[in-house]
Design a protein around this ligand. Structure first.
Ligand code: MSP
Length: 534
């Protein structure tokens, strides 16, 4: 790699984005999971010393929004503004700390979508055609014979399906399918987890090279971005939404006349598009790379997709019709925002589905956070206050039990880093919990309350208290991406301020110096008295 590219790469921020959430309804737990997952990775990357740009936002156009607004007798903008506030309030509550906010009704975004459409038209990628076909209002798309059931009808999931004939603008998607197939085969890191790649290749095999209709006539849908070259149409909502990943990163900002945007060449390509499995095919694995390719992006400029699974309820999908949609605000009222963050990260293996369980939430909070981590902090600091007025002494005492705890801490850090880098957040947490577990055992084994009664054991007691404080400090750094506020409180109680620019590489045994003053313990996770879950 030429030196200048190496330099640019080293300087490149970690650019992470998520799906932008539809603003046709209030946020639910699945939305919360995805944003927390991305936030955890953003915080983790920062602690590896990398600059991070974290973009998330809301998808505000489309027919569902137009219809909901009509029903309520308000303008679509008023409607989406109301729903958007619910999302932003939730992110602030859950500590989802993004750098950029992608709201698709933002004029800057609209101008970039229009510039991108114009660019595609200028290079001959768009054309008009009249088609007659079956249109699903719910899916906002034309259906093909593949969607028909055996009896020739379309399934209930498509809602009302009507036959219509209309003119529209099409994007020559089919022209690029061969390129995409070759790209996916030669870039196994395009989709994580890799097992989803086979589904994409199958979909390409089955759907052949159909072009993509990228317009909707204004009579049917006015709530969208007007095509810059044909005022009879607005842009198809998925095209508009996908462009957010580049528009808010500064793509075509000059052409669009957008000021104060990030420098696109610094951010792009995205290191992670965090999306759910339901929107991998066709939107993110087919339309999106082909749109980029047609706009002139090279293979090296394709983003990486991180595809997570779904939260279900007793094996069933959450849906309004089943009445089992879980409101993350309610859950965070009960289990605290960081209790919810911890549960969501702890109980889902990235890429796979998981069942949302109140019982498991209670265990995660009361047993693991309160009983495991909170209790360790509390008893360690209480003993240090009681026996040494909170002053630590570096002691010459050592034995196998002390060595074993130091060894576990030292072994855990690289294992944790590897798990987190590869999105195995739940395993990263498991690694840290090995420390928590062993440190609690360490208290039982070393019995500081007995040592305190024997003045000859003073050096040993000092060593025990020091080991506990130092271990807790390590834990407070490692868990920062997952439960940032609780970890900051832990460090406050330990009396240690994380220096500016501190990274995981700076984590080493001996951060607390001889004579270090600890603060008074304050319960981190007060136990929750909850009715036993059914
Ligand atoms: N607006 C589109 C995305 C456009 S991205 C250019 C959309 N919005 S959505 O609100 O329906 O979904 C947003 C994200 O939430 C998606 O990644 C989706 O997979 C995720 N989840 C929605 N329900 C979910 C669960 N039950 N569980 C986990 N995540 C799921 O699709």
């Amino acid at each position: 790699m030429p030196a200048v590219f190496t330099f640019l790469f080293l300087m490149k921020p970690y650019y992470i984005t998520t799906a932008i959430d539809y603003t046709n309804a209030a946020p639910h737990i699945g939305h919360a999971y995805e944003k927390v997952l991305a936030d955890v990775m953003a915080r983790f990357q920062r602690l590896t010393g990398r600059e991070v740009y974290f973009l998330t936002g809301v998808d505000q156009h489309g027919q569902k929004v137009q219809k909901s607004a009509e029903k309520m007798g308000i303008s679509p903008q008023e409607f989406v503004d109301g729903v958007t506030e619910k999302f932003t309030a939730l992110w602030s509550r859950l500590g989802v700390d993004y750098d950029g906010w992608a709201a698709t009704t933002d004029e800057k975004h609209k101008r970039v979508v229009q510039a991108a459409l114009q660019k595609l038209k200028d290079c001959g990628q768009l054309y008009t055609a009249k088609t007659k076909g079956f249109y699903s209002e719910r899916a906002e798309q034309f259906l093909t014979d593949k969607e028909r059931l055996e009896d020739g009808t379309f399934g209930e999931e498509w809602g009302t399906v009507t036959e219509i004939e209309e003119e529209n603008w099409y994007f020559k998607l089919g022209e690029h399918v061969e390129w995409l197939r070759a790209f996916i085969q030669s870039h196994p890191d395009f989709i994580t987890p890799a097992f989803r790649t086979a589904d994409v290749l199958n979909a390409l095999e089955n759907s052949g090279g159909q072009d993509l209709c990228i317009s909707r006539p204004v009579e049917r849908l006015s709530w969208g971005i007007p095509l810059p070259f044909d005022e009879r149409f607005v842009n198809y909502v998925w095209f508009d939404a996908l462009v957010n990943y580049i528009s808010f990163a500064g793509y075509l900002s000059e052409e669009a006349g957008n000021a104060d945007m990030p420098v696109f060449a610094r951010l792009w390509p995205a290191d992670a598009h965090v999306i759910g499995k339901d929107i991998l095919i066709p939107a993110h694995a087919i339309y999106w790379p082909i749109m980029l390719h047609a706009l002139g992006f090279s293979d090296e400029e394709m983003p990486k997709l991180i595809v997570h699974g779904w939260w279900n309820i007793r094996g069933k999908k959450m849906s309004k019709s089943l009445g089992n949609v879980v409101d993350p605000q309610n859950v965070s009222d009960i289990f605290t925002p960081e209790g919810l963050r911890f549960y969501l990260m702890r109980d889902m293996a990235t890429g796979y589905d998981a069942d949302l369980s109140e019982e498991r939430m209670e265990i995660a909070y009361n047993k693991e956070l309160a009983g495991g981590l909170g209790n360790l902090l509390n008893r360690s600091l209480s003993m240090a206050q009681k026996y040494r007025s909170g002053v630590l002494a570096v002691s010459a005492y050592d034995d196998e039990i002390h060595q074993a705890l130091r060894q576990t801490v030292a072994d855990t850090v690289p294992r944790y880093l590897e798990k987190m880098q590869t999105w195995q957040i739940h395993q990263g947490i498991e690694e840290v919990w090995k420390i928590v577990f062993q440190a609690n055992q360490f208290v039982d084994l070393t019995a500081p309350f007995k040592l305190a009664k024997d003045s000859e054991q003073a050096a040993r007691l000092d060593s025990v208290l020091y080991h506990l404080a130092e271990t807790l400090l390590h834990v407070s750094v490692l868990l920062t991406p997952i439960i940032p506020q609780a970890c900051a409180k832990m460090r406050e109680q330990i009396g240690w301020v994380m220096p500016e620019g501190f990274t995981f590489a700076d984590l080493h045994w001996g951060l607390l110096k001889d004579g270090h003053q600890l603060n008074q313990p304050v319960p981190l996770f007060p136990r929750l008295e909850l009715p036993v879950a059914e």
